[in-house]
Design a protein around this ligand. Structure first.
Ligand SMILES: [Zn+2]
Length: 329
């Protein structure tokens, strides 16, 4: 991956390529952004440029030994660190530290999930950064800068990834991944501007099934079709899902599309004409508005706190069904 292959991030691109051209890249560079925002792609593009021995400007030459090795999938002077389990420990740093001091050419150490470094690992990195050997660069990736100690932050050139525009995500999904415009539209809305998430959804084999399941659940609740025993069982199923938040967002989008359909008549992949016939007369706009607010609240609660997932879902599903039925008088 080179800079020219990466989409969006114009501000970051200008700043980073400017530093490369001026030979002013710091010994420690930090890329920040939520999971799926493209940190690793940008980090690897920077590593490739730093390791290229024939570079003129910011883009790598594609022809030197390092560029050729990158193309075939293995770069020699690139060291990778990522958490083992949940932590990235001092032992992992010690194992490769000797190679940081080798002579000749640039070396790059890419640290994924740098926020998971233990205090000892951070101290060891800091020690190296206080007197960095010539030609050694650290590229750190983290969701949020606050995950790193201030002493390391102050030594990093920091670049923050921004969400991509929906046009950029659509372009990626249609031109590069060959998706149909309708499917690309839907995934682009669900991806919140995160190219990594968009690609993951595009590659998912169960995505369509999940959409149908979310629409069925919403409709069944709206039809007051769930007994309390079924609601409790459903809460149990959902609570066990690793992708629970994503599924709740799908449910949210089903309700949102339903609302758009009832109010403006607009169709979508989630609510197509066939589906819409089942919704008409059962679901009402005010019920969908309330459902969306409830789902949004539960998503936020689950993201921000260690609330009991099952209890939170039971409460949400019971309220969803009750509010739907209140709207129907
Ligand atoms: Zn090269």
């Amino acid at each position: 991956m080179n800079f020219k292959d990466l989409r969006g991030q114009e501000g970051l691109r200008r700043a980073l390529t400017g530093k490369l051209k001026a030979g002013a890249v710091s010994h420690a560079v930090l890329f920040c952004g939520p999971p799926g925002s493209g940190k690793k792609s940008w980090g690897l593009a920077l590593a490739r440029a730093l390791l290229c021995s024939g570079r003129d400007g910011a883009e790598p030459c594609e022809d030197c030994p390092s560029c050729r090795r990158f193309r075939s999938g293995g770069a020699t002077n690139l060291f990778h660190l990522q958490p083992q389990g949940r932590r990235l420990g001092i032992d992992q740093v010690r194992r490769i530290r000797g190679q940081f001091y080798l002579e000749g050419g640039n070396r790059v150490c890419l640290i994924e999930e740098a926020g998971q470094m233990t205090a000892e690992a951070c101290a060891s990195l800091l020690k190296i950064l206080e007197e960095p050997p010539r030609g050694l660069y650290f590229i750190l990736l983290a969701d949020r800068p606050q995950q790193l100690p201030a002493t390391i932050l102050s030594r990093c050139q920091r670049f923050t990834l921004q969400p991509l525009s929906s046009a950029a995500i659509l372009d990626l999904l249609i031109k590069k991944e060959g998706l149909s415009p309708e499917r690309a539209q839907l995934i682009s809305r669900l991806s919140k501007g995160l190219p990594g998430l968009a690609l993951e959804l595009a590659a998912s084999e169960t995505f369509e099934e999940e959409m149908t399941r979310a629409a069925e659940i919403a409709l069944k609740l709206a039809q007051k079709g769930c007994s309390s025993r079924e609601i409790l069982a459903l809460a149990g199923d959902l609570a066990g899902r690793e992708d629970l938040l994503f599924f709740l967002e799908l449910l949210y989008f089903v309700c949102r599309d339903g609302l758009l359909f009832l109010v403006c008549g607009s169709e979508s992949l989630l609510i197509n004409p066939k589906e819409a016939r089942r919704w008409a007369g059962v679901v009402f706009p005010v019920g969908l508005e309330e459902a969306m607010a409830l789902l949004q609240g539960t998503i936020q609660e689950l993201e921000a706190t260690n609330v009991n997932r099952r209890l939170a879902l039971e409460g949400m599903l019971l309220q969803l069904q009750r509010r739907f039925s209140l709207c129907q008088g």
